[in-house]
Ligand binder design. Structure first.
Ligand SMILES: Cc1cc2nc3c(=O)[nH]c(=O)nc-3n(C[C@H](O)[C@H](O)[C@H](O)COP(=O)(O)OP(=O)(O)OC[C@H]3O[C@@H](n4cnc5c(N)ncnc54)[C@H](O)[C@@H]3O)c2cc1C
Length: 402
């Protein structure tokens, strides 16, 4: 039976929870707000199905059918503005819905306090899945729902982090022709409890209820857009990425799940059919696609993934790229985990001791330079300065920017 001795050995995919035939596994939050499985020893008959479904234990070598890379931009600007990168996910998902299928992906819960995987079968609801939510999402019983739909022969598109795709695949334990999996280039997943504390802080400061969040807002006002409702009105709060402490904790790798520091699902080979990410280094490799509204990098791993991509290509501007050349210089999250910072333990001790405001001041102080940068961005000047400097810029640090 599943017994987690070291936290880095559990990615929280919930495959064990979904597969247990006697429902004797429950998922409980630890002190950092991440879910871990607990087995009810009274009920467990030691069938070991949970062990076979665990992608961390299975550690199956992955051999992709193909490895083709593209830069891609959705021709519909509105769709792209709702998405985090180039808006490729929305087109893939629309195609599956038009075929009468379902799309499973990550949405914010109605109370905006958690992220969770949900099933969508209409174009109208698809917008709930648009955009990156920088929180580990709850899978709950969604793998079982996916399986039921696969058995009914419905086309299913599942989208999630690489570990969630691996979790689904090892839960299913057999290939299905009607399943297509899309994973992300993943920096790592931040703690849900930290998000809750941030949301509570926003609500307290604004004296309103949080009703919506966009983690990758594409206007000049700020990367983070918080929509809050008071009895009188609805307001938007914007914070630049430098000003938003929640995002800074993520970028500084303080809030990631322990397994993310040794992620076992990195690499160019994936068991997903398609990998999506931000095209960092776009100015260098595909300058004609750069308009400041986001470009996706698309990696095709299977023939079924390639077929679906070919079918949506008419709605995209694309350019084939050399994957090795791009990733040798940019976006190391595809192939490498980020290091656990030395002060991570101290951060989590402080998380339980300090108010959110004090935690932010200590671990994500906003410098004068950051404040000036935020002001320049809001006024549109930063864009102009950057555009002027683009031709001089040929390298980035490898971590890119979200
Ligand atoms: C936690 C996280 C870390 C990321 N790190 C990187 C990175 O280091 N480098 C990089 O290039 N790209 C990263 N991305 C991916 C990138 O931000 C875009 O999501 C991706 O390029 C797809 O963009 P899109 O415009 O095609 O579609 P979008 O509409 O932006 O993508 C939406 C899709 O993302 C999925 N999704 C959103 N949030 C989550 C979540 N919390 N858990 C699981 N699935 C989710 C949804 O199910 C949906 O299918 C990350 C995304 C997340 C959620």
């Amino acid at each position: 039976m599943i017994e987690i001795k070291n936290k880095q050995d559990c990615c929280g995919c919930e495959a064990c929870y979904n597969v247990c035939p006697l429902n004797c596994i429950s998922m409980k939050y630890d002190e950092e707000g991440f879910k871990f499985p607990y087995v009810d020893h009274q009920k467990c008959v030691d069938c070991r199905k949970c062990e076979s479904a665990c992608p961390m234990i299975r550690n199956k070598p992955i051999d992709s059918e193909i490895a083709e890379g593209y830069a891609a931009v959705n021709k519909n600007l509105n769709d792209r503005l709702q998405s985090s990168s180039g808006g490729v996910f929305g087109l893939l998902a629309t195609k599956i819905i038009n075929l009468g299928g379902i799309v499973v992906g990550c949405s914010m819960a109605q109370d905006c306090k958690r992220a969770e995987h949900i099933v969508v079968d209409t174009q109208k609801d698809l917008s709930k899945l648009y955009g990156s939510k920088y929180i580990q999402s709850d899978i709950n019983r969604i793998y079982s729902v996916v399986k039921n739909n696969l058995i009914k022969q419905k086309p299913v598109l599942f989208s999630g982090t690489p570990c969630q795709v691996e979790g689904l695949k090892s839960f299913l334990a057999q290939p299905y022709d009607n399943l297509i999996c899309v994973d992300l280039i993943c920096h790592g997943v931040p703690s849900p409890i930290l998000w809750e504390k941030n949301a509570a802080y926003i609500e307290k400061k604004s004296g309103s209820t949080l009703k919506g969040v966009n983690f990758r807002c594409k206007n000049n006002k700020g990367q983070f857009e918080y929509r809050v409702n008071s009895p009188k009105n609805t307001k938007m709060y914007y914070r630049s990425k430098e000003e938003d402490s929640y995002f800074q904790f993520f970028l500084k790798n303080l809030s990631l799940r322990r397994s993310c520091y040794q992620c076992r699902f990195k690499g160019i080979n994936r068991s997903a059919d398609i990998t999506l990410g931000d095209f960092w280094g776009g100015e260098e490799f595909v300058p004609s696609l750069c308009d400041g509204n986001g470009i996706s990098i698309v990696i095709l791993h299977s023939l079924i993934g390639k077929k679906l991509f070919e079918e949506i290509k008419v709605s995209l501007d694309t350019k084939k790229i050399d994957i090795d050349a791009v990733f040798s210089r940019h976006n190391r999250a595809l192939t490498e985990s980020f290091e656990e910072p030395e002060n991570r333990q101290e951060f989590w001790m402080d998380f339980h001791r300090l108010s959110y405001g004090k935690l932010s001041k200590k671990y994500a102080p906003v410098s004068k330079k950051d404040k000036v940068k935020a002001l320049l961005r809001k006024s549109g000047l930063l864009d102009l300065i950057r555009k002027g400097c683009l031709h001089k810029r040929h390298k980035d640090s490898g971590t890119g920017s979200f």
